[in-house]
Design a protein around this ligand. Structure first.
Ligand code: SF4
Length: 209
């Protein structure tokens, strides 16, 4: 259970002052809050798009393949972005997802009929799953990717490898910057099932409204 109530979770500090004093629209403030996160997402998407452009024939990832859609925990910035998209779903869809979340199964509750209900707002890990990541440990370089991908390829081009340590450093920094605008006692990592309702306790408009 996430310890956030309306009073705790309202935007405080700099962003709250901006909200009250500057006449900036709510949408503009939200855009600023998610600015760094969106830039990071765009960079990840550009990387995976480039892999698809160059090696797409050897990538099995496609709509309907949901092997990676298992229980996840998220940084708060990801959790709020996800929850913002969840709040924009129809009531019917939200109820279906919530009922899956309550069932507590291993699959991500946002997976409905093998489709992600918030695909455009999916978290960082969901954007990199299946693609080749690499990390260095004790001088060794380890490469990992979904075994359904790159069949028949002897060597994956270096340009296709995603430095996962570097990505985690960037995501941590983006999250810290985001959290500086909140006065909420949030855990470091939030399960998707707990993240779903975050946006509604903030009492602000969902994305696209
Ligand atoms: S958020 Fe979407 S892509 Fe990510 S695990 Fe859940 S259903 Fe899959």
């Amino acid at each position: 259970m996430i310890m956030v109530c309306c009073e705790q979770a309202v935007l405080l500090g700099a962003s709250n002052k901006v909200w009250n004093d500057s006449g900036m629209t709510q949408q503009h403030i939200l855009d600023q809050l998610f600015k760094n996160y969106n830039i990071l997402i765009q960079r990840i998407d550009a990387h995976t798009r480039s892999i698809m452009d160059n090696l797409g024939a050897n990538i099995a990832c496609k709509k309907g393949c949901d092997d990676c859609c298992q229980f996840l925990t998220l940084f708060p910035v990801e959790a709020f972005a996800l929850s913002r998209a969840f709040a924009a779903l129809s009531q019917h869809d939200r109820e279906r997802v919530m009922s899956q979340a309550r069932a507590g199964e291993d699959a991500c509750p946002l997976l409905v009929d093998h489709v992600c209900m918030v695909y455009q707002a999916r978290p960082v890990i969901c954007r990199t799953h299946g693609f080749p990541i690499y990390l260095e440990k004790d001088g060794d370089i380890m490469v990992d990717f979904c075994t359904k991908n790159f069949k028949g390829i002897k060597e994956i081009p270096k340009s296709a490898l995603l430095d996962i340590d570097q990505l985690n450093i960037l995501l941590t920094a983006v999250n810290q910057n985001f959290m500086a605008h909140f006065d909420a006692d949030l855990p470091d990592r939030i399960p998707v099932s707990d993240a779903l309702q975050l946006w509604s306790v903030l009492d602000i408009e969902p994305i696209g409204s």
